[in-house]
Design a protein around this ligand. Structure first.
Ligand code: CA
Length: 241
């Protein structure tokens, strides 16, 4: 992946802003540049996919409602080629849930209207996370595989299978599962998970945690992650492990 902050590629992070409303697109790009990042704009879905695969940005800020190809399809097409981190801009909270349910594979979701400050903070944390993931992956390559019943979490290869079938997880979903599975039967609060996985400490992001837990349950089965109401989530080893 063309990542930057590790010094392997570009000197500054590159963000692709996909938004068809010119005023918003310009304002977001302007703000990103003020952060010292490079920002490019794509105003429709087809151009977004083409641009993302050509310039391989470090983060894509992706509006859902786009002419031509909507944000869902843009995200799918990009992710099918490259695991580029995506922040999806949605119109409502329940739209976020719907997108997660469809397994679109965005790393974070932000509901419109949002503050520029919040978008920048989320983008920055995603950039940090990408950098950390690369370091983590290097370190994890020596960690033993977690086996829990018929679930196998290969930390070195960052692969997960259940009952012998490989489960495709996004990098964020994998990090969340690993964080939970590393401390089985331990309740981790949403805030703790946000801090660990997203490197993000604002409680407004806890919805993102819920959305990703839903995605993990959909892909891995409903029995692995227990909800502790009002507190958080716990990884429950499957019987026989
Ligand atoms: Ca739009």
């Amino acid at each position: 992946m063309a990542n930057t902050i590790d010094g392997a590629g570009r000197a500054t992070p590159l963000v692709l802003v996909v938004e068809d409303e010119p005023a918003i697109a310009t304002a977001v790009a302007h703000r990103m540049r003020a952060e010292g990042w490079t920002a490019e704009i794509a105003a429709d879905g087809i151009t977004a996919v083409e641009t993302a695969l050509r310039i391989l940005p470090d983060v894509v800020v992706l509006d859902v409602m786009l002419p031509g190809l909507d944000g869902l399809e843009v995200c799918r097409r990009i992710q099918a080629e490259h695991p580029i981190p995506v922040i999806m801009l949605t119109a409502r909270d329940d739209e976020t849930d719907m997108l997660v349910g469809l397994g679109v594979g965005a790393d974070d979701y932000l509901t419109k209207p949002f503050s520029m400050r919040e978008l920048v903070a989320r983008t920055r944390s995603l950039l940090r996370r990408v950098e950390r993931s690369a370091q983590l992956a290097a370190r994890q390559s020596t960690l033993p595989t977690i086996v829990s019943g018929d679930v196998v979490i290969d930390r070195a290869q960052r692969r997960v299978s259940r009952a012998g079938a490989e489960i495709h997880l996004t990098p964020t979903e994998f990090d969340l599962l690993m964080t939970l599975a590393t401390s089985p039967r331990t309740v981790l609060t949403r805030e703790k998970l946000l801090a660990e996985v997203w490197d993000w400490i604002d409680a407004s992001g806890t919805r993102t945690v819920d959305s990703h837990v839903k995605a993990l349950r959909r892909k891995l089965g409903p029995d692995l992650i227990r909800t502790v109401h009002g507190v958080g989530y716990a990884f429950e080893p499957t019987p026989g492990s």
